[in-house]
Design a protein around this ligand. Structure first.
Ligand SMILES: C[S@@+](CC[C@H](N)C(=O)[O-])C[C@H]1O[C@@H](n2cnc3c(N)ncnc32)[C@H](O)[C@@H]1O
Length: 214
């Protein structure tokens, strides 16, 4: 995929891609009928199941809604947002009797009431869709959604530290995700796994915000 630089350009680029796809989900490169295999992998893992799959969850850059619907099917009360109004309208049409609350929102200007409000934040493929100069700010914004005691699960394409990333999408190096630590989260698990129909290398990582000491 080729992409654009500035914020308005990015909105236009994603929105245009969804608009051009019409109602054909196969024309959206990241769409799939069901959850991303990395999210499914996390959900079935001991660390995913250990959290109990309950509480409030938010899906970042939700696109056509498959990951959000999966989280709702696990038992979460799910909010899902995307910058693209076309994607959000489409997700609502695809899942017309959904329990998910879909919203148009910009990761860089999130509603204040979402701050620290979610027991689970799922981030699949949004960070890697942003140019490097925006990524650490995006990471802080995503971290800001996590409630005390809550967790983030991140799924992204992976690269070695010294490997050139030619994007978008830009596969991420492990060191880039360490920004979650700078934002006050502690790493729980970090997996380097080959996943998906195309058998590409992914990171599936979980970070946690500690409960305040009493
Ligand atoms: C590669 S797609 C991944 C979609 C979805 N997470 C999935 O795995 O199917 C990246 C998504 O991030 C959204 N996005 C890009 N910039 C955003 C921003 N600033 N705020 C919210 N969503 C954004 C795009 O519109 C797009 O739907």
């Amino acid at each position: 995929m080729s992409g654009a630089g500035g914020h308005e350009d990015r909105l236009a680029w994603f929105d245009e891609l969804y608009r051009r796809a019409g109602d054909d989900a196969d024309a959206v490169p990241w769409s799939r009928a069901g959850p991303h295999p990395g999210l499914d992998h996390w959900a079935k893992s001991a660390i995913g199941r250990g959290a109990g799959h309950a509480g409030r969850a938010i899906d970042v850059g939700c696109g056509l809604g498959d990951n959000a619907e999966f989280l709702a099917s696990l038992g979460y009360d799910v909010t899902a947002f995307d910058l693209s109004e076309t994607a959000i309208d489409w997700a609502k049409r695809r899942f017309s009797d959904t329990a998910v609350s879909y919203a148009v929102a910009d990761l860089f200007a999130l509603p204040v009431e979402w701050h620290g409000a979610f027991d689970l934040v799922s981030e699949v493929y949004t960070l890697q869709a942003l140019p490097a100069d925006l990524r650490q700010g995006a990471l802080r914004a995503i971290a800001g959604l996590v409630a005390p005691g809550g967790r983030i699960v991140v799924v992204c394409l992976a690269r070695d530290e010294d490997e050139h990333a030619d994007g978008p999408p830009w596969p991420l190096a492990r060191s880039e995700l360490s920004g979650f630590g700078d934002a006050g989260l502690a790493p729980v698990t970090f997996e380097d796994v080959v996943l998906g129909d195309n058998q590409r290398r992914h990171f599936v990582a979980v970070y946690e915000r500690a409960e305040p000491e009493t």
